[in-house]
Design a protein around this ligand. Structure first.
Ligand code: ARG
Length: 235
């Protein structure tokens, strides 16, 4: 996973926490468009951290990317949160045979459908562990949570204005208790296929509160954007 931070030196080692992202090749990180929406979140102001685990400690796996980058959006609409997807390009490819050999990109879905059975999906990130209270603080160590993919109808009922049938994925439990939360945006919903391979099916986008009963999270459906991803990245 990648981590985007705004380099204000007061907060944490590498600046203030912002959003997650996922490496999909040696040069591109998939994330959410809403992460790059406000002025102090413009890409020029952002530091990209790769190979991170504990954000409070200096770890030998950490790679801080300071070289200039580009960002690509695809019709993101702030009003209804549609097309909440972004590609971040590193100016120089990572060296998977050298200093970045401990990093690995995730596989993309191969066609426009949900490929897993939806029962082995994990959302990951450094976002808040509870909507409010003590857990409202962000954890220092990367967290993951298993979330089932739900029917579109389930999310459409709960987010009638915003949920997009073809370009969103719905995930979460009726009983709540487990969810992504603020700070997890841009990070992946990764699913394991029957053959053992993990693919990135979703990008954490929005939800009402966090982990509330009967309130699933909404993810951008990566497979709906494969032609655009190919157009931008060539992969
Ligand atoms: N938009 C949030 C962020 O910026 C992510 C919200 C996900 N919420 C949820 N309940 N699944 O980090």
């Amino acid at each position: 996973m990648a981590l985007f931070r705004i380099p204000k030196l007061k907060n944490g080692l590498y600046g203030e926490f912002m959003c997650g992202g996922t490496l999909i090749s040696d040069q591109y990180i998939l994330s959410a468009a809403h992460c790059f929406d406000s002025d102090d979140h413009r890409l020029g102001n952002v530091t990209i951290i790769l190979g991170e685990h504990n954000i409070e400690e200096r770890e030998s796996s950490t790679r801080v990317i300071r070289y200039a980058t580009n960002i690509y959006l695809n019709g993101y609409n702030k009003a209804d949160q549609s097309n909440d997807i972004a590609l971040v390009r590193l100016n120089r490819p990572l060296d998977f045979n050298g200093q970045h050999s401990h990093l690995q990109p995730i596989c993309l879905p191969t066609d426009d459908s949900i490929q897993s059975d939806g029962n082995s999906c994990m959302a990951t990130g450094w976002g808040k562990t509870e909507e409010t209270g003590d857990g409202g603080r962000t954890p220092s160590v990367l967290k993951e949570v298993r979330l089932p993919i739900r029917s579109n109808d389930y999310c459409r009922e709960r987010y009638p204005q915003d949920f997009r049938w073809n370009t969103n994925i719905c995930a979460g439990y009726d009983r709540g208790g487990r969810d992504a939360c603020q700070g997890d945006s841009g990070g992946p919903l990764n699913c394991q296929l029957n053959n053992g391979v993990w693919v990135i099916e979703g990008i954490t986008s929005y939800g009402r509160g966090c982990a509330r009963v009967d309130t699933p999270g909404v993810y951008t459906k990566v497979s709906a954007y494969l032609p655009w991803i190919k157009y931008v990245t060539g992969i």
